[in-house]
Design a protein around this ligand. Sequence first.
Ligand code: ATP
Length: 476
Amino acid sequence: MSDHITEYQGSATMDKITSLAKRRGFVFQSSEIYGGQNGAWDYGPLGVELKNRIARNWWKEMTQLHDDIVGLDAAILMHPRTWEASGHVENFTDPLVDCRKCKTRFRADQIPPENLAAKKCPDCGGDLTDTRKFNLMFKTHIGAVEDEAGIIYLRPETAQGIYVNYKNIIQSNRMKIPFGIAQIGKAFRNEIVTKNFIFRTCEFEQMEMQFFVKPGTDVEWFNEWKKRRWAYYEKLGVRMDSLRWHRHGPDELAHYAKDAYDIEYLFPMGWKELEGVHNRSNYDLTRHTQYSGKDLQYIDQENNNERYIPFIIETSAGLTRTLLMLLCDAYDEEKVISEKNSGSAEGNASGDTPHGTGGSADDWRTVLRFHPAVAPVTVAVLPLMKKDGLAELAQDIRSGLKEDFATDYDQAGAIGRRYRRQDEAGTPFCVTVDYESKENGTVTLRFRDSMEQIRVHKDELAKRLYQEIKAYKRIK
Ligand code: ATP
């Protein structure tokens, strides 16, 4: 394990991230015109692209790159017995205390122990109630009558949808142990403390993979999955000294877990869980066997029909939390020296005379250094000027790239300012079309991170972009 930094090194703060996210259309408060809905957020045009790309990237990593993992998309609504079997009805609780004076509700494990012992509110000094268990599952009713028989839960994790389908998948897809099932989907938790933007919300998305193994091989597979999940973040270009492992102590271990590690990220508000890698033993399938009455043993046909209940290694990451991590990790502010468009004068597409970069010689830029695999826009096409056929040529070039890349087009304002807008959206490549392009078909390819500019023939662009994406290494 590498040495870790202890203080957040980036220039992001949660305030800057929240305001950039809103300004550029990554994330909006849910139902904002009504004052907002606590614990719920909406993903705008750039946000939904980023979220979809993170999901697709994880999906590719887990399914396409692993022959022994298949996908599933299970329903959010499940038979209520599921949650009795899983232990959620009994155990999925937070300890809560209320202040009788200021009415604030706290998680008992998140206030100073001395306040809890003295039953004094950390905010106003008022009296605290006794600690009560509060179940985090959202409960609602299904059917026309609101009675006990119609109680149904919004799933608090996606994992159970995988466990109840494990036999179906073995039968339909002839899977043999060891194998895994991957799923991405919504989960709901009635979280009491939902601060820190989208870090902890009541409605969120998970990317979970459950890997079924023979008992006795579980420790080996657990270590293997720890390695693979660590390598995944490395491949995504995350600052690796901002990640660390945290092993759950005996009093942190969930009721199902034999061993558990979290991958934590150093967010601006401190080290926080990003993903859990858990050895869930045979707890889940044993319980579902008991509660459903169905035999969920695996029959090993290659081994004299040996029967056993598999152990499960789980990798459970938050999709929306990963999005927040990537926003923080990618965020940078830096001073730049005036940036010119190579081979030609600075351009202002909306005016007639080419002029400045849109800032002074010593300019600051905000840049999101997303990996091109997840960046909401991969390439933006910018005509240096609107006139003289440059806009038409740029549109043509964009059309040629659309089928293969997420593109944007911008012709408004000075070229320097347009580069800044793309930097702030995290677009890794800009293509600038100028007078030389008309003459010899070459365009400027500008790299977000280094701001380096090279000339490439327009017919070579797609190939070059593929190469650059494949070879991408974060430089800062
Ligand atoms: P915490 O201790 O933060 O409440 P947890 O240990 O209960 O989380 P898990 O049940 O292991 O979390 O969930 C797996 C992953 O799902 C977490 O690592 C996190 O990325 C994500 N996640 C869990 N709860 C939330 C939430 N309320 N909002 C956003 N993401 C969440």
